[in-house]
Design a binder for this molecule. Sequence first.
Ligand SMILES: Cc1cc2nc3c(=O)[nH]c(=O)nc-3n(C[C@H](O)[C@H](O)[C@H](O)COP(=O)(O)OP(=O)(O)OC[C@H]3O[C@@H](n4cnc5c(N)ncnc54)[C@H](O)[C@@H]3O)c2cc1C
Ligand code: FES
Length: 368
Amino acid sequence: MFNLFKKKKEENNKGDQYISLKVREVVKETPDTVTIFFEQPEPYLEYKAGQYLTVIFDINGKEERRSYSLCTSPFVDSYPGITVKRVKDGVVSNYLNDHIRPGKTIDIMKPLGNFTTDYHSKNKRNFVMIAGGSGITPIMGITKSVLVNEPESKVTLLYCSRSEEQIIFKTELEKLEANYGDRLMVIHNLSQPSGTWTGLKGRLDASKIKDVLDSTVDVKAEGNKFFVCGPEGLMDVSLETLKGLGIPDESVLEESFYNDLEAKEKELKAEGKLSPELTREIEVTVEGEVFVFEVPAGKTILEAGLDEDVDMPYSCQSGLCTACRGRLLSGKVDMIEDAGLSQSEIDEGYILCCSSKPASSDIKIVIE
Ligand SMILES: Cc1cc2nc3c(=O)[nH]c(=O)nc-3n(C[C@H](O)[C@H](O)[C@H](O)COP(=O)(O)OP(=O)(O)OC[C@H]3O[C@@H](n4cnc5c(N)ncnc54)[C@H](O)[C@@H]3O)c2cc1C
Ligand code: FES
């Protein structure tokens, strides 16, 4: 494997957002999940709890980038870490589980993401976290940050896993509960528990969420914050339930790890919502450098840019993480997925290059 970070730096003499991290420790959390801790680089890695970093690998001659949320808190943990759960046949999650050892160096793009909050020691508020599977990762970092920074705030964590042995951070969560008394309540829900399990079980549904909330927090209290991260089904039922309870959208933060962009595009096409695909010439400015290139019919703006060796930033390539965010100065695009963008970003003309295709001529995009 070659050092991709160096290659990028040499090619365009920038790459401020790229660094290399040395693996300090690998901890097996469950049979199919590891946490990878990194040595602190010089200067220290700056991040907010809940952000993700992008790992960059060359696997079998192809550049692979994936986003992984930091599970650590910059206020609590000396070393930054990510937690990676295997996905069946997944290229990078299995590589990270099987091949990463202490001492190895990994190229990354510095932390990004808005699944975060600010803290103040005078705050007295309730945090409600709903997590499923590896969705616990960012929530772990945020939970630790709240507990240490806001002595009067409380956290309720509803965490869904398949079985007892699939609970990520089980021991760490127990320790936190013991240390923080009634300021942290962790409620596990298992979809396939063993016969001895006495906690919540089965699919997460609206009535379970309401029961947990009823018994733990005043959902209408001012300043409440809700964080939801997990598989699609869990996210849907959680967000609908919170909406149904009258929780304002601005109090709820969500993070998705997976999106089937192709399926979404097919759906939009079938509904007649996409423009005819034509090859278009576009102009993209990346960190002040102007590139003019063709986007062949059927390709996204990011795919075409990368084919032309334009160093456009990206991570998830599925419209979730916003690493590829750019502002449309002129022209029109079809954005297949805008889930990562807020409404105000969309109103300001921001687009996601990984999920956008040209829908007019005269397209000009600036990526800062
Ligand atoms: C902002 C963000 C933060 C993330 N944080 C984490 C994290 O903290 N921990 C973590 O383990 N993962 C996290 N992910 C997911 C991660 O980036 C990868 O998508 C995941 O590890 C799969 O990559 P892969 O290379 O193994 O699979 P791929 O080779 O990309 O995919 C293999 C196959 O599985 C499908 N697939 C991929 N992911 C899923 C999924 N989740 N559910 C169902 N099918 C899937 C693909 O469509 C494909 O068919 C995050 C994603 C985002 C966008
Ligand atoms: S690369 Fe993640 S949203 Fe485009």
